[in-house]
Design a protein around this ligand. Structure first.
Ligand code: SAH
Length: 465
């Protein structure tokens, strides 16, 4: 069995800046080894059987040693796994991607490299700094501020200071005073503009602008630290003109992951960062549905139950016509809305319909009504043990359905439950609001069950003009 390692560039942070092939490789992977700088919501693109390994390294504190990472890559590939080594930015821009590739080549392991958008360029654009511009810089230079203890070439400061182009330092924050001093000493104008950009393209993005003489002070004053880019050059002045401010900039929202992305798009297009958590998987149950054929009224609890019902009907050689003449009741308006998209117009929603004594309810694990015959068409299985997020880093979480809230609540650790106290929950409907109020959210905000309304409420709560 031949495995393969993909050194995959995750981009600078914003999950949408992953490449299309990168997304496909994540979906195909058996094992994903990921770094500290990689946004955890990218992991939602993986399949349900994937093994996730956090090899994130903290500065000065190697959580998993590089030799161990290399060994893991080789070992997994040798037992036939499709391995993705998910790396921040581009795999071959610092971050030791080249060294990992060399090990794989030496060990005879199949590997490929998929580029990512590097923070060294995209991080500047995120704050309105074009890395080149005909009036200011006709070259750019990307330099590491962090040196291997022995053996690595020393920087040629003379040369760097003489460049007219934009100079970008990565991993340079610990050396910032030395970098400024060296540049001035070797002839760079003291007044050359400098920008420090921390967590570029992410909700926590921060920037300060100064020059070679005062940037250290400004960094201390505004408390910027690693990971950050140090940008030296006249192009920095363009940020004032080209940095685009959007109403929900800096807002960090958590969403249930679903294929229906309109909510995600609307938030992100207004400048918010939306991360998503993985929904539980619905595992089909084998059931005898003959009761459906005889029932006069059918309550449908969820879209998944409707889909599953149709699958079972067709597997038995019949189809939607089996439901002809029966009264169809949807659990709520959201379910009714979705039923329309699969060609079923509900005759009513609960609790507005009087249920007769003999009806059939189709759903997931538990009945939502108290009488009638309940058919469980699927069981939910969580894809992970806990939410892979520091919830304290979020401003808001959105629950479009009761199911999405149940999936969320099930994954909460005690520490995460505590973190809810600083988060506002936006719930799309009164029933969800009742349940959300039992958790410890700072505030539960009930919205109409419509995406546009919910986004409007979020803008009212957080937006700035
Ligand atoms: N391969 C990565 C760089 C890895 S080295 C790339 O192509 O972007 C790690 C350094 O990259 C950090 O110390 C920091 O200087 C920079 N970096 C990576 N992502 C960043 C981000 N979103 N914002 C600011 N700096 C970032």
């Amino acid at each position: 069995m031949n495995g393969r390692v993909t050194l995959l560039g995750a981009g600078p942070g914003d999950p949408e800046l992953l490449t299309l092939i990168g997304k496909r490789r994540l979906a195909e992977a058996d094992v994903v080894l990921y770094d500290r700088l990689v946004d955890p919501s990218l992991l939602a693109f993986t399949n349900s059987q994937v093994k996730l390994v956090d090899v994130g390294k903290l500065p000065q504190h190697h959580k998993v040693k590089q030799t161990r990472i290399n060994q893991l890559l080789v070992n997994y590939a040798r037992v036939g796994k499709k391995v993705v080594r998910l790396k921040a930015g581009d795999p071959y821009v610092f971050g030791r991607g080249g060294e990992e590739a060399q090990v794989l080549e030496q060990e005879g392991v199949d590997f490929e490299v998929i580029p990512g958008i590097t923070s060294a360029i995209a991080g500047l654009a995120a704050v309105g700094i074009p890395i080149t511009h005909r009036d200011f810089a006709s070259s750019f230079h990307v330099i590491t501020g962090h040196h291997k203890k022995n053996g690595q070439k020393q920087l040629d400061w003379e040369n760097i200071a003489q460049q007219e182009g934009t100079v970008v330092f990565l991993m340079g924050m610990a050396q910032l005073p030395k970098i400024c001093t060296a540049l001035i000493k070797h002839g760079k104008d003291k007044k050359t503009p400098v920008a420090i950009i921390q967590w570029a393209t992410q909700w926590r993005q921060k920037m300060v602008i100064g020059d070679l003489t005062n940037i250290n002070e400004l960094v201390k004053e505004h408390q910027l630290s690693s990971p950050a880019l140090i940008v030296v050059g006249e192009v920095v002045t363009l940020s004032k003109q080209l940095n685009i401010h959007r109403p929900l900039q800096g807002l960090h929202v958590l969403l249930p992951y679903s294929k229906q992305h309109r909510l995600f798009n609307q938030l992100v297009d207004r400048g918010a960062t939306a991360d998503f958590y993985q929904r539980a998987v619905k595992v089909p149950q084998e059931v005898n549905i003959s009761a459906v054929e005889y029932a006069k009224l059918i309550v449908i609890d969820s879209v998944a139950a409707a889909h599953r019902l149709i699958t079972i009907l067709t597997a038995n050689g019949s189809d939607l016509r089996t439901l002809a003449g029966k009264t169809i009741v949807a659990l709520n308006h959201v379910v009714a809305h979705h039923l329309r998209t699969i060609g079923l117009i509900a005759d009513g929603t609960l609790p507005d319909v009087n249920l007769p004594a003999d009806y059939v309810e189709v759903g997931g694990e538990k009945p939502q009504t108290s009488a009638g015959t309940f058919l469980s068409l699927y069981q939910k299985v969580s894809r992970c043990d806990s939410l892979p997020f520091e919830l304290g880093e979020f401003n808001a979480v959105i629950f479009p359905s009761m199911d999405s809230l149940a999936d969320f609540a099930q994954l909460l650790t005690p520490k995460q439950e505590h973190q809810l106290m600083t988060i506002k929950a936006f719930v799309m409907g009164p029933k969800i609001s009742q349940v959300a109020n039992q958790l410890t959210f700072q505030k539960v905000i009930e919205c109409q069950p419509s995406i546009d309304e919910t986004v409007k409420r979020i803008e009212e709560e957080f937006g700035r003009d």
